[in-house]
Write a protein that binds this ligand. Structure first.
Ligand code: ARG
Length: 235
């Protein structure tokens, strides 16, 4: 954890939630993706050094950070007021909205977000996708609680969609587009949320937050950011 030892550089433990391509996925037991490469590039511009990645379910990342199991969250995590009450965020590094993913060739798919009323919907637990469906559709009684399914990750949700156990999955637009490339699914509608992703840090780690912001600035000013983006968002 933070502090490292002796004369060496300060080490930090990064945490993520794989199953969110192309930001973080597991490939042959190894965690890879845009967030992994971006954080590595950012940290290489600082006095810190990254230890090996730890993976958690998305909803466990904030507790893991607060309990010192990890020192930084790199998990396509949207900066929002509620989360900002318990952790700090770096400056934003990526933008997203929400997408309604359906099976390719599905009959009468919803043509807008509100069209999800009465359907069976899947989301990943603890995400902004989950809260937007809950707030707009479940709480107002447009989707029954029994038709609102939460999963540990979006790979499982999309699997259930393909297997016809769900009518739709609601998730971040860049990840929805990645699933469209890989599975027999398509985007039926989008819902504008204007989300921005940041790396999460403990509220008492101001030096680290500042170093990451400086490192991120350097990555964005040079060609490194585009390089990493082109590698993971090709096509
Ligand atoms: N951006 C969304 C959020 O912050 C979803 C993030 C999910 N990330 C992941 N690694 N599974 O709630």
């Amino acid at each position: 954890g933070l502090g490292g030892g002796g004369s060496g550089s300060m080490t930090i433990v990064p945490g993520t939630a794989p199953g969110f391509p192309p930001f973080e996925t597991k490939q042959g037991g190894e965690i890879v993706g845009f967030d992994i490469d971006l954080l590595s590039a950012v940290v290489s511009n600082t006095d810190y050094e990254l230890e090996s990645w730890k993976d958690f379910e998305f909803s466990s990342l904030t507790p893991a950070l607060k309990n010192d199991k990890i020192d930084v969250i790199a998990a396509a995590m949207t900066i929002n007021e509620k989360r900002d009450e318990s952790i700090d965020f770096t400056n934003p590094y990526y933008s997203a909205d929400q997408a309604v993913l359906v099976r390719k060739g599905a009959s009468s798919p919803p043509s807008e977000f509100a069209g999800l009323a009465g359907r069976t919907v899947g989301v990943q637990e603890g995400t902004t996708g989950a809260s937007v469906v809950e707030k707009q559709l479940v709480k107002p009684g447009k989707i029954a609680q029994s038709k609102f399914n939460t999963y540990g990750n979006y790979v499982l949700a999309v699997e259930d969609l393909v297997n016809r156990n769900l009518d739709a999955v609601v998730l971040d637009t860049p990840v929805a587009r990645t699933f469209v490339d890989r599975r027999a699914v398509t985007i039926a509608a989008t819902y504008e949320t204007g989300e921005k992703y940041g790396f999460g840090v403990r509220t008492d780690a101001d030096d680290l937050t500042k170093a990451l912001n400086d490192g991120l600035k350097q990555v964005r000013n040079g060609s490194k950011y585009e390089e990493i983006r082109d590698e993971w968002f090709a096509g």
